[in-house]
Design a protein around this ligand. Structure first.
Ligand code: FES
Ligand code: FE2
Length: 398
């Protein structure tokens, strides 16, 4: 499909409806998404607790790209493209590890942790090592969360820092640690996975475990009274009222979505857990349970569900045109001791069971979308946030 065909398709997409089939199947559209969305956005790569010591690194991989996220010094984390400046081999092959120097396995070019080329044998006289550092990638650490951006001239991250700093403060995510990470491989186009995350219309039929605990499963107007109670209690436990909604087209650009939106948990639940009881010690500066939870969104592909005792981070990315990955990270207070203060099985129970159910419904969705009889269908009042995603997506693809 050529450029003007894609633009025509975007223009003809009916408003208020799910996307036409080509958006889930056409390789040229997929390529345009990679360039216009994934290569431009601020993407959650991980948490600082994953690289506690100098030389610790992990890889962030997307499409053909691989980034080495490495702690260069006690105070500095760097993002380096995992592409050797000699003839292009991958330099780091392990998904994570610790390295004093980064040594390319092909011909042994050796790089410092800041990417500078330190050694290359048998080069010609006049060879300047300073000309061949590993290419840096834009990287920001914000409240312990590491974001990267592949763009050479990325959209400013400042709006995220400015708008989200205060509301994140009580959680002290810079003083959190990764308790567990799980990667869910979904046989569907990445947009179906994100769309599914963006609506809770399916929560009552598909997620009984979630629906009995979270007010998000019901229309907002039915939850207003309970939300006011959360705000009152929140004030007392150190979670003052904030409501930030710069998502999708309201974000002011591709890649800097930021929102913070509170909602009530249902009776008997202080967190997202099997029995409604806490599953970890309180986070950061939070002094008690206010009966609420917070949905957050930073960058277009990362969503957070913040409870008072843990935060669940969802990062979506495409693997191929018809497969996607949802990586979930569970963050707890850094002082919490596994086995004593939290049990991983209890901590991850709700979102593991929920994401396994999501994987199934997303894959069934893809099967139906693949049908020659599929047609875009109308959104409901429970799919307003998903509609925002679709409108933003179409605008990015014009
Ligand atoms: S490609 Fe890395 S040293 Fe040759
Ligand atoms: Fe779901």
């Amino acid at each position: 499909m050529n450029t003007s065909d894609i633009s025509k398709l975007v223009k003809n997409q009916p408003g208020g409806h799910s996307l036409g089939q080509a958006f889930y199947k056409d390789p040229d559209i997929y390529q345009r998404e990679i360039e216009r969305i994934f290569m431009k956005s601020w993407l959650y790569a991980g948490h600082t607790s994953q690289v506690p010591n100098v030389g610790d690194y992990f890889l962030y991989e997307l499409d053909n790209e691989s980034v080495i996220v490495i702690r260069e010094t006690v105070d500095s984390i760097k993002g380096l493209l995992n592409v050797c400046r000699h003839r292009g081999s991958r330099v780091c092959l392990s998904a994570s590890g610790n390295a004093n120097l980064l040594v390319c396995p092909y011909h042994g070019w050796t790089y410092e942790k800041n990417g500078q080329l330190r050694g290359a044998s048998h080069t010609y006289p006049g060879f300047k090592k300073s000309k061949y550092p590993l290419t840096p990638v834009n990287l920001k650490v914000f409240h312990g969360m590491i974001f990267i951006n592949f763009d050479k001239d990325p959209i400013s991250f400042d709006p995220v820092e400015k708008d989200m700093d205060e509301c994140l403060q009580p959680y002290r995510l810079d003083k959190a640690k990764v308790a567990h990470t799980e990667s869910y491989q979904i046989k569907a186009n990445w947009k179906l996975a994100v769309e599914n995350y963006c609506e809770c219309y399916h929560c009552v039929p598909s997620h009984p475990e979630y629906a009995e605990a979270h007010g998000r499963s019901f229309p907002r107007r039915d939850m207003e009274e309970a939300l006011q109670e959360v705000f009152q209690k929140g004030e007392l436990v150190g979670l003052p009222e904030h409501n930030i909604n710069y998502d999708w087209l309201d974000s002011g650009g591709v890649g800097i979505d930021r929102s913070f939106d509170r909602y009530p948990l249902l009776k008997g639940f202080v967190t997202g857990s099997r029995d409604g009881k806490a599953v970890a010690p309180l986070l950061g500066e939070i002094k008690g349970y206010d009966g609420g939870a917070t949905d957050m969104h930073i960058g277009p592909l990362t969503f957070y569900l913040a409870y008072c005792d843990h935060v669940v981070v969802y990062h979506f990315k495409p693997v191929t045109i018809d497969s996607a990955e949802c990586e979930i990270t569970w963050l707890v207070n850094e002082t919490a001791v596994e086995g004593k203060d939290y049990k991983p099985d209890d901590l991850i129970w709700l979102w593991d069971i929920t994401t396994i159910a999501d994987k199934r419904i997303i894959e069934d969705n893809q099967k139906g979308v693949n049908s020659r009889y599929y047609e875009p269908g109308p959104f409901t009042e429970m799919e307003v946030f998903e509609q925002g995603f679709i409108d933003w997506y179409l605008s990015s693809m014009k």
